[in-house]
Design a protein. Structure first.
Length: 348
């Protein structure tokens, strides 16, 4: 039984849907906390995914579907106690929208655990999430402190001052030098230059001398996630190509699932509990594409009380027969909390 110390996962992660109005100063509420990482996507229109965080600064924008360097945008203009405020940028304030929101620990402070000191590390050890910025030195085997106190299962790095891929270490693929790229459809690859040849530890993650993670003078942001029982799960599964697809146990009812085929080329996929709100969950977005939301009538996933079940017989992106996949999932509610304040959750 997966007991959780996090009785209310929505205190740390919560998706929100809203309608943009195109006007600066539009306040988005209902998040339930002041977010430190906000990822926004237009649903009906082709537009970039935009990512903002409290460590880099509120108006500093990245795009998950592009290699572009960080720039300044009016997409998000403030982080507020129950959400955030958007400006007039159409990528954050036009038509039907969704935002995925995580809580870290504000801007944070320098972390000196690694051979490269971070400029800032904002770490929430309760929910297993940290945001760090650092400057590279092109030294093979350099280390960077993540502040989580336990080894992260996922490390996602993006260079800020130059064009570069989003590169990810995910424990579901095995130890480095394996990595995968968020902004493309490419399968997993191997390179000691990205995350060196060593898995993260309880205090640091490793980088090689590749420009994607550690160019001399390059500036970077790293988003690190450790697995918290009953709140987050980072793993792998094998597709069966059947409409009665595999069941993946998480120990909670998911609020979001992010999945990617690692054994071949395919889009990344995001499902969440707000855009459909019922099973079968069919509405999906693609982190590596600006494309609008896709709403298949038969190809989706069921969000269950203790995991998720794949659906669809023609779904290379998440259920190809024999296909290898990784996933990230965060909870809507734990299956069972270790407190009398909650009861077992049910499927929708």
């Amino acid at each position: 039984m997966a007991y959780s110390t996090i009785i209310k996962p929505t205190d740390y992660f919560n998706p929100v849907t809203y309608t943009g109005n195109g006007s600066a100063g539009h306040s988005i509420t209902g998040v339930g906390f002041q977010p430190d990482w906000v990822w926004i996507k237009t649903r009906a229109d082709s537009n970039n995914h935009t990512i903002f965080d409290a460590v880099r600064g509120v108006t500093k924008r990245l795009r998950s579907n592009q290699t572009n360097a960080e720039n300044t945008s009016s997409g998000v203009t403030s982080f507020n106690s129950d959400g955030f405020t958007v400006g007039s940028d159409s990528a954050g304030n036009s038509g039907t929208m969704v935002s995925w929101n995580w809580k870290a620990n504000g801007q944070g402070s320098a972390n000196t655990d690694g051979s490269i000191n971070t400029t800032y590390t904002s770490a929430n050890t309760t929910s297993g999430f940290s945001i760090s910025t650092y400057t590279g030195n092109a030294t093979t085997g350099a280390t960077i402190g993540h502040g989580l106190g336990v080894a992260p299962a996922v490390v996602l790095v993006k260079r800020l001052n130059a064009t570069s891929d989003w590169v990810m270490y995910h424990k579901g693929m095995g130890a480095p030098p394996k990595f995968i790229v968020l902004n493309t459809t490419a399968a997993e690859a191997s390179s000691a230059g990205i995350f060196y040849n060593t898995a993260p530890t309880s205090s640091v993650f490793y980088v090689g001398d590749d420009g994607a993670t550690n160019a001399s003078g390059g500036t970077y942001v790293a988003y690190c996630f450790s697995q918290i029982q009953g709140y987050s799960k980072f793993g792998s599964y094998t597709g069966n190509g059947d409409s009665d697809g595999a069941f993946i146990y998480t120990g909670f009812s998911p609020a979001i699932i992010i999945a990617k085929k690692t054994s071949g080329g395919s889009d990344w996929i995001i499902w969440d509990n707000k855009r459909d709100g019922y099973n079968e969950t069919l509405k999906r977005l693609y982190p590596n594409e600006a494309a609008p939301e896709e709403n298949s009538t038969t190809q989706g996933v069921d969000f269950l009380s203790n995991g998720f079940k794949l659906r669809g017989t023609n779904s290379n992106a998440w259920n190809a027969s024999g296909g290898a996949y990784i996933f990230m999932a965060f909870a809507e509610s734990p299956f069972v909390a270790n407190s009398g304040e909650s009861i077992p959750t049910t499927a929708r």
